[in-house]
Write a protein that binds this ligand. Structure first.
Ligand SMILES: CC(C)(COP(=O)(O)OP(=O)(O)OC[C@H]1O[C@@H](n2cnc3c(N)ncnc32)[C@H](O)[C@@H]1OP(=O)(O)O)[C@@H](O)C(=O)NCCC(=O)NCCS
Length: 172
């Protein structure tokens, strides 16, 4: 079994291809709409983008998806930092698991796939999680991420400011 397609009893985790754009778009927009304070991207700035833009995104970024019975149920994006002095770092963002699949282990399976790819390419993986998003924060800590500070007023959503906990997982 390869890292590219990790199959558990219930799910298949793999990097999404441009041909997954439609399913990706649906799950991504669902997450942004349901959890505006959890993501830096706004539903309003994403919802009218044409499908080719999502195809292009899947060509440029490593988005991992978890499929249950062939249906996309969760996503996370791994983005390596492009600047020369930041190339030892990658970020994970846009992590979202559809409501019906939470608590099922799908989220950890997706994040494990992201971490395996990151560990092969960089020395550390970083993320931001909104202060108050306790479930996500517990999840990341359980997956080995350590908080290292708070970004004040990281996001402003409908006039309300949200701080973000900054977390890192060091590989070496
Ligand atoms: C954040 C999210 C992806 C986590 O997925 P999930 O299925 O809800 O997470 P899980 O149920 O696997 O993890 C939550 C619980 O399991 C624990 N857990 C998860 N993986 C674990 C592991 N490998 N070992 C031990 N404990 C683990 C967590 O600590 C947590 O404990 P709790 O029972 O006290 O809540 C999901 O809740 C989600 O999509 N939320 C909305 C969007 C969002 O907030 N995204 C994050 C943006 S930063």
């Amino acid at each position: 079994m390869t890292e590219a397609s990790v199959r558990t009893a219930a799910s298949t985790i793999r990097q999404l291809a441009p041909s997954d754009a439609e399913a990706f778009r649906e799950v991504h927009l669902e997450g942004l709409k349901a959890h505006p304070a959890a993501f830096a991207m706004a539903y309003e700035e994403e919802c009218d983008r044409p499908l080719p833009e999502f195809r292009a995104r899947l060509e440029q970024l490593a988005v991992f998806g978890g499929f249950v019975d062939g249906t996309l149920a969760g996503i996370a994006t791994l983005q390596r930092q492009p600047l020369q002095k930041r190339r030892h770092v990658a970020m994970v963002w846009g992590m979202y698991v559809r409501d019906a699949f939470r608590g099922s282990g799908l989220a950890s399976a997706i994040l494990r796939a992201v971490m395996a790819r990151a560990e092969a390419e960089v020395d550390q993986l970083e993320l931001y999680v909104a202060v108050g998003n306790d479930r996500a924060s517990r999840f990341y800590k359980a997956m080995g991420f350590e908080p290292y500070g708070v970004m004040r007023r990281s996001l402003r959503v409908d006039g309300v400011d949200h701080d973000a906990e900054m977390m890192v997982r060091m590989f070496r």
